[in-house]
Design a protein around this ligand. Structure first.
Ligand code: HPA
Length: 273
């Protein structure tokens, strides 16, 4: 991590503090079509990404592109309404920059959410999946390069990337609200193509239950920074080869359909982290 990167983290954190971001406890990364949850934060300030020094600017449809700070579920949260993706042309260090800022501002837990294709044959579009683990098949890693030991260890332990206690919290909250949830392994690829049917068979063989184009870099950095992580995927479609064709409209449509249960789930989970 070079000096310029560290300085950029400091600058962005100072800018956000100045905007009123005070001691956030929980970071929230809201994926495709799931950003609405941040609108429920009270006493909130919303800061467009383009205003934050050093922040990349999101380009994908369905991603609002702002950081929302406020109270949600009785906790101080800092939510990303829309995230950065490797496929947009950003490097993984840029994609994970906001996680570094969260840490710098005092966040200790991170909730990551995403839209993903269902690879496990028992999954149905509309299911929510507790992420129990991930497989990094992006061919990249945000921790490549010199390590700054003040930011985290050279060799980060990924044995429990997704906190076990948090998994139990999500499961219990889902049960309480009668929201059916699956559990599984998220396999991350770069996109932006959806997979071929042969790739989906590969993902299944490798142990992936869901496949997507995000989350893995952010969780790697979160673990490096010592944050505890909870992850929830919204299964938006059968992965390629398991249904006729795939398209982004369907992804957005399904996230919209499950939005209410997703919001209920994540909001109450936040209370209990
Ligand atoms: N593949 C990859 N990413 C996705 C998918 C998929 O099928 N659905 C939503 N995001």
């Amino acid at each position: 991590m070079d000096k310029a990167y560290l300085k950029a983290i400091e600058n962005a954190a100072a800018y956000l503090k100045n905007k009123g971001v005070k001691k956030p406890e929980i970071g929230l990364i809201l994926g495709s079509g799931l950003g609405e949850l941040a609108d429920e934060a009270t006493n909130s300030v919303a800061i467009p990404y383009e205003d934050i020094p050093g922040f990349p600017v999101s380009t994908v449809e369905g991603h609002a592109g702002k950081l929302v700070y406020g109270s949600l579920g009785g906790r101080k949260v800092l939510a990303m309404q829309g995230r950065f993706h490797f496929y947009e042309g950003y490097g993984v260090k840029e994609v994970t920059f906001p996680v570094r800022i969260m840490k710098a501002l005092g966040v200790t837990s991170l909730v990551v959410t995403n839209a993903a294709g269902g690879v496990n044959e028992t999954f149905t579009p509309g299911d929510l999946m507790i992420i129990t683990d991930h497989i990094n098949l992006t061919g990249d890693n945000p921790l490549l390069g010199p390590n700054n030991s003040e930011m985290g260890p050279r060799f980060t332990d990924m044995s429990v990337a997704y906190d076990k206690d948090y998994q139990v919290v999500v499961e219990k909250v889902a049960e309480k609200h009668g929201i059916p949830v699956q559990k599984g392994v998220y396999l991350g690829l770069t996109g932006p193509t959806y997979e071929t049917p042969a790739e989906v068979r590969m993902v299944r063989t490798l142990g992936g239950d869901a496949v997507g184009m995000s989350t893995v870099p952010e969780v790697i950095v979160a673990r490096h920074a010592g944050l505890r992580v909870a992850g929830v995927s919204c299964i938006t479609n059968y992965a390629a080869g398991m249904q006729e064709t795939l398209n982004h409209d369907e992804v957005v449509e399904v996230t919209t359909r499950v939005r209410d249960s997703f919001k209920t789930l994540v909001k109450e989970v936040i209370t209990q982290l």
